[in-house]
Design a protein around this ligand. Structure first.
Ligand SMILES: Cc1ncc(COP(=O)(O)O)c(C=O)c1O
Length: 480
């Protein structure tokens, strides 16, 4: 069994084994003609259930053959141009190479003595990102598992910085279309049930700053403490960007922590054309960035960044076995001092490889292309009488609803849209997402693939219309 341990004596086997896996994946990617096979849970589950994990195959090729049946054949392929659903991007090859390297070397980014250069590389990527944001000389940050954890850590720091004698008095302000992780964080941080104050959005799904000012004022009058305002730079559904400069002004006025959730919109940090859309982000106290959403990086790749490095001390705990206090005076750079995690992946290597091979402009151009594609898609939808489209895109999502000419009952239209999404998924021809707008069911394209064309968008809209019409036809038959 020692022959399976990766070490000096098995380097050749490592090369053969990993190459075999890469060959399969490469062949798979080249041959994939749909984003999904449409397999159902009931059809797939027995194949996986039938595998006896206590009966190994002892042969890599045989396991890869089996993997075809249990995973590869029916996986969801984000690289396919008709995968248009969630905030999952196709990935760039330098980052995938980074992923292969980091798992083989297996550095752990908690301490210097488990990572060495890895720690310095992560620090350099963090500095590169804070400089792009414009957070100033004292900025710092750390990689996290994703936007949810980045938001949690940012709000933990905000809670610790808030001047209060009771958590029950703390309030967080976020728009009604902010990410649900804000509410989840409030719960995890032991804040009260009413801790998150929902601020209405305008027609473009951007936080209404007049309403925010009003709520901040009311908070003070009620003897409560505004702990943080969460501005979203790229909402999950609409890609809308809250008015960051106005929000920054209000945060100054009310002496409140400003957190910018740029999990999605962070791609604009590398943008060649649209960086100006997130102006004001440089005034944040903390920022969430998800490179695995708009920097074309494999999951996971995310960071939380802060204006004032000293605030990260709220996540510090010194353990004698790992990062004793004396290491601080010895100037040993232990990233665990800044993180909620202990053992931690070297995700920064993926972005490092990407920046070194492609350059930031290369990434930015790809993101600009999907933003441009979204505008084209919006034009198609706006001109198409079969569809209602919600807002003009600020990033790369489109939220729309099929509106059949002959049907006026909104509940029946809901059912037709829900059916169309499911039927499309089952067909495997394309994958789209869904959401609710003012209580009604809508469909959503999240465009993150520069290989997707306007022709793809038009074709998927036709497929959706076909499925919705089929539902409505059958529904008429049922009624008659
Ligand atoms: C705006 C926003 N913030 C945070 C998150 C959570 O990120 P993650 O899924 O990486 O935890 C998302 C996920 O879609 C998001 O859209």
């Amino acid at each position: 069994m020692r022959s399976h341990l990766l070490n000096d004596t098995t380097a050749e086997q490592y090369r053969r084994s990993v190459t075999e896996g890469i060959e399969r994946v490469a062949a798979k990617l080249a041959a994939t003609d749909r984003p999904f096979t449409g397999v159902t849970v009931d059809a797939l589950a027995p194949t996986i259930d039938a595998i006896d994990l206590d009966k190994p195959l002892f042969d890599t090729a045989a396991v890869l053959d089996e993997l075809e049946d249990v995973y590869l054949r029916d996986a969801i392929y984000f690289h396919h141009p008709r995968y248009l659903a969630h905030l999952n991007c196709p990935v760039v090859i330098p980052a995938v190479l980074g992923e292969a390297i980091l798992s083989a070397i297996n550095s752990s980014l908690d301490t210097w003595d488990q990572s060495a250069g890895g720690t310095l590389i992560e620090r350099k990527i963090v500095d590169w990102t804070t400089a792009r944001i414009g957070l100033g000389e004292n900025a710092d940050g750390v990689f996290t598992s994703g936007g949810t954890q980045s938001n949690l850590q940012a709000l933990l720091l905000a809670r610790e910085e808030a001047k209060t004698d009771s958590f029950a008095k703390l309030r967080i302000f976020a728009s009604e279309v902010s990410h649900f992780s804000v509410k989840k964080s409030a719960k995890l941080l032991g804040l009260g049930q009413d801790a998150v104050v929902s601020i209405p959005v305008d027609h473009d799904k951007r936080m209404q700053t007049v309403a925010l000012a009003h709520e901040l004022e009311r908070c003070r009058k009620d003897g409560l403490v505004p702990m943080a305002v969460v501005a979203t730079a790229g909402t999950t559904d609409f890609g809308s960007i809250d008015p960051l400069p106005e929000i920054a002004e209000l945060c100054d006025q009310f002496d409140t922590w400003m957190h910018v959730d740029a999990a999605y919109g962070c791609g604009l940090l590398a943008s060649v054309k649209y960086r100006g859309r997130i102006d004001g982000i440089e005034r944040a106290d903390s920022v969430t960035v998800d490179y695995h959403k708009s920097f074309f990086q494999p999951v996971s790749s995310s960071a939380v960044l802060v204006r004032d490095a000293s605030t990260l001390r709220h996540a510090t705990y010194h353990a004698e076995y790992l990062n004793p206090r004396r290491m601080v005076s010895e100037r040993i750079p232990n990233q665990v001092d800044k993180s909620l995690q202990t053992t931690r992946r070297f995700d920064a290597l993926k972005l490092w490889m990407t920046l070194r091979v492609m350059g930031a402009d290369g990434i930015g151009q790809l993101f600009d292309e999907v933003c441009d594609l979204a505008v084209e898609g919006w034009r198609l939808l706006a001109a198409d009488p079969r569809y209602d489209v919600v807002v003009e895109p600020s990033l790369s999502t489109l939220v729309f609803r099929y509106i059949p000419a002959a049907v006026t009952d909104p509940a029946e239209i809901d059912r037709a849209n829900l059916y169309a999404r499911k039927a499309l998924f089952a067909s495997g021809d394309a994958v789209v997402a869904g959401t609710k707008v003012q209580g009604r069911h809508y469909l959503k394209f999240t465009l993150l693939n520069p290989e997707t064309t306007t022709e793809d968008i038009a074709a998927v809209l036709d497929l959706i219309a076909g499925h919705a019409e089929q539902y409505l036809g059958e529904s008429l038959d049922r009624a008659s």
